[in-house]
Structures are given as C-alpha cells and as structure tokens.
Design a binder for this molecule. Sequence first.
Ligand code: ZN
Ligand code: FE
Ligand code: FE
Ligand code: ZN
Length: 265
Amino acid sequence: MPANYHTHTPLCRHATGEPEEFVDAALAAGLTEYGVSDHAPQIPEPFDDWRMSVAELPEYYEWIGRARAHAAGRIPVRAGLECDWLEGCEGWIEDLASRYEWDYLIGSVHYLGKWDFDNPARMDVWAERDVEEVWSEYWESYARMAASGLFDVVGHPDLVKKFGRIPAGDLSRFYEPAVAEIAAAGCVMEINTAGWHKPCAECYPGREFLDLACSAGVPLVISTDAHAPDEVGRDFQRAVDLARETGFRQTVLFEKRKRTFEKLV
Ligand code: ZN
Ligand code: FE
Ligand code: FE
Ligand code: ZN
C-alpha cells in the first residue's frame, strides 16, 4: 500500500487518538509510510475553532516525535501540515515552512473569504449563495494556491462538492483550468477517500477530474484524511484500485520536501 500523508491529531480539536494508535493503524493497513498533516495554525489568532494555535506547534512536533518513537523504524513517520490557502497568506506559509523540518506541506482551500464552506456549522451560507458562483470562486482560489508554489501537495481537489451542491452542466469548465495550473506548477495531487463518507458520496476528486489530471501527468498521493486511528486505512484499497483504473502507475513519497516515486501495485 502507498503512503498516507493526510492525517490529523487531537490538536485540531476535532480529531481523536494517540500517536501510538495511529502508527499501529498504519502498520495494520500495510502502508509504506505514515504522515501527519494536522490543520496548521493561522494568524491573526484566534482564527477559528478547528486548528492548533501557533503556541501549540511545539506540542504538535512532539506528538509526531512520539509517533516516530513508537514506530521505531517499522514505518517511516513523516511530518507535514495541512495549510489553508487564504488571500495574502503567502508570508505566513513561508514562516511556517521555516519553523520545522517538514517532509511536505499540503495546501487546502477550505475558505472562500471568511466562509469555511466545508464546515457543517456554516451550512446557512450555502442557502444564500449561488452554487455556480461558489464553484467559480473555489476553483479560481484553488488554481492560485497551486500556482503559488508553496505546497508539495494540493489537498482534496473538489472539496467544494462536499455537501452535494454541484452546478448543472459539464463541470470540465471548472476542472480543466485547475488541472492545467496544478500540472504547470508541478504540484502533487491527492485522492482523498474522506469524500466517500460525506453527503457527496464520492472521493475527492471525482473520476472526471482524475482522468484529466492523469492525462496531464500530475503526480499522485493517496490519503484518507484520518481524524481517528480507525480512519488511517479507510478505503485505501478502493482508492488504489481507482487510481490504477484511471491510469496512474506510481505514487509519490516525500522526505524533507524531496520526492521519490513508488510503483502503484
Ligand atoms: Zn479536519
Ligand atoms: Fe481539509
Ligand atoms: Fe485534513
Ligand atoms: Zn483535509
């Protein structure tokens, strides 16, 4: 099984489990590597209620250290962050990147302006917004995130579909420019299995986006966005099968922000 680089810790306030339990789950799932990528702190603080604070960063790095100690060479444990792409965040991301020896950074779009559109507590805003407009804004932001060059991996590409709010018609008008930008920037993209367990009932990204990304030569990782130990290996085989069926033949491994490739079997 490939590496799973998108997992969380209790520091984000909506995940559970001890580092030892996450490592054991990664070993049980037969993963090549286990990477921790909790929601990065965001300034100005207080920012929201679903991430660690800047002051908790040392504790986060210690948490990863505990995982490494427990793994004891049985599986590489990689250190990452899931960073939010926000207007004007570039300086902050560079600051975060310099604070520790990260193996990779994931960039995610969870915010459109001040609205965290994937937060079930903010569904009220969906009722007021035009779906077509939300999608346009989302994909423009996503493309800018890829083009920034700040992230090794772009996270859950079509997260905007989470609650099943999807515009009518051919969606390639959104996908094609985004895939072109991801490919041009040389970003790695993830298949994120969490979407199978959300109202959209489809992994992120869906098959059409995956086909375009594969044709464009975008490198791939497979991840589960685990917020608990029993989600570390969830649907991993299903995602591997989908990736192979789409035409992907390898996945990426990260160490200190350098890539190598692993054959996808
Ligand atoms: Zn989360
Ligand atoms: Fe996310
Ligand atoms: Fe996540
Ligand atoms: Zn995520």
